[in-house]
Design a protein around this ligand. Structure first.
Ligand code: ZN
Length: 381
């Protein structure tokens, strides 16, 4: 394998069926590409009682600062209906300039581009003055408990410092470098339970049916404008995801009904401020309609935002040197490990076009992979 070529490495990575939480040899493939370049590789296996053990890798070239970090994940989502794939999801076929396989877009090809860009940089300039590191987890698509969070904790306790970081998630729209993510909205799940009084359907006056009360609450939440968006973010949104009375009987008014909501929130809110607003809205409905409300929530992803400044300007200029065009700065889409890294250093997501991620016949164009490699090299320069 030639280190400066991302294609062979991307293929070798795709051929490891590393569906979360399996590593399936993916990190060993990566280590064998990094070690000859002078990286010292540290494997970090983390384990907790209620989450599967995960293999992670922190590789660093150089011992002095500043330390520029490429972050990403070698785990992939399941293939789904395997028979529906035209190309074996773990064969890494190349057909008509496209590389196929699970993880081709999200995000094994970007990891291969990290390595190829570093190899080209060394070939041209020798060893970097500071350090280049790779923080690679096997737990991004899963619960994200034994992955990046714990590697960052470990780094902190061992005195490791990251100065700037690119996460290689598929951030682009049509081709590599046309868009970078400088933030993501946060995500939280809320569970609401409305308690009424159980009773016979023929004697509704002796009962308090919680379902119409919940219906009223849902109607108000559906019309709730959380905000109109902020300078860099789209408006926050709330979606009802489930309603359930778990009532098998046709002649019983149920005692309670529960509902689930997912909120995607921008930088104008915190989970705490949202819950306060939600509680006061729900209590108003209970005052009008009767019933008791119970609310609980869990945060499935904190937001992150890197203010446009020196770092985003550096990335933008590096991209323009390669593509001739400045990227769009976006904060749209789902959540990523950048939400953890943002507590340590400025971070942005810069990767391939992600149109086929998590889909049948996931693929990436070889041209795009080469473009991304040159962009990463341009950032390192
Ligand atoms: Zn990803």
């Amino acid at each position: 394998m030639v280190a400066t070529d991302p294609i062979a490495l991307a293929q070798a990575l795709i051929r490891c069926p590393s569906v979360t939480p399996e590593d399936a040899g993916a990190l060993a493939v990566l280590e064998s590409a990094l070690t000859p370049l002078g990286f010292s590789c540290k494997r970090l296996r983390f384990d907790t009682k209620d989450s599967p053990p995960i293999e992670n890798l922190y590789a660093r070239l150089g011992t002095t600062g500043p330390n520029f970090c490429f972050a990403g994940h070698t785990d992939v989502v399941p293939v789904g209906d395997r028979a529906a794939w035209k190309h074996d999801p773990f064969a890494a076929d190349i057909v008509d300039g496209m590389l196929y396989g699970r993880g081709a877009a999200d995000m094994k090809s970007a990891i291969a581009a990290f390595v190829a860009a570093t190899a080209r940089h060394i070939e041209k300039n020798g060893k970097p003055k500071g350090s280049i590191s790779l923080l690679i987890t096997g737990d991004e698509e899963g619960p994200a408990v034994n992955g990046t969070v714990k590697v960052l904790d470990w780094l902190k306790t061992t005195g490791g410092v990251l100065d700037h970081c690119i996460v290689g998630e598929p951030s682009s729209a049509a081709s590599a470098g046309d868009m970078i993510k400088i933030g993501r909205r946060g995500s939280m799940n809320v569970r609401a339970v409305v308690k009424g009084v159980q009773g016979h359907v023929a004697y509704p006056g002796l009962a308090l049916n919680p379902i119409p009360i919940m219906a009223e609450l849902i109607a108000r939440l559906s019309e709730w404008t959380l905000d109109k968006g902020s300078e860099h973010f789209e408006p926050s949104t709330l979606a009802v995801t489930t309603v359930d009375a778990k009532n098998a009987a046709v002649n019983v008014i149920p005692a309670d009904v529960s509902a689930g909501f997912n909120i995607r929130f921008n930088d104008l809110h915190t989970p705490h401020s949202l819950m306060r607003a939600l509680e006061s809205l729900a209590r108003e409905v209970m005052r009008e309609k009767g019933g008791e409300i119970g609310l609980s929530y869990s945060v499935s992803g904190m937001s992150f935002f890197t203010k446009p400044g020196a770092f985003t300007e550096l990335l933008s200029a590096a991209i323009a040197r390669v593509t001739g065009k400045r990227p769009e700065f976006s904060t749209g889409g789902g959540t990523s490990d950048a939400r953890f890294i943002k507590d340590y250093c400025p971070v942005a997501e810069l990767g391939l076009a992600g149109r086929t991620m998590h889909k049948i016949d996931e693929c990436v164009s070889l041209e795009d992979m080469e473009l991304l490699t040159r962009i990463y090299q341009s950032v390192l320069e």
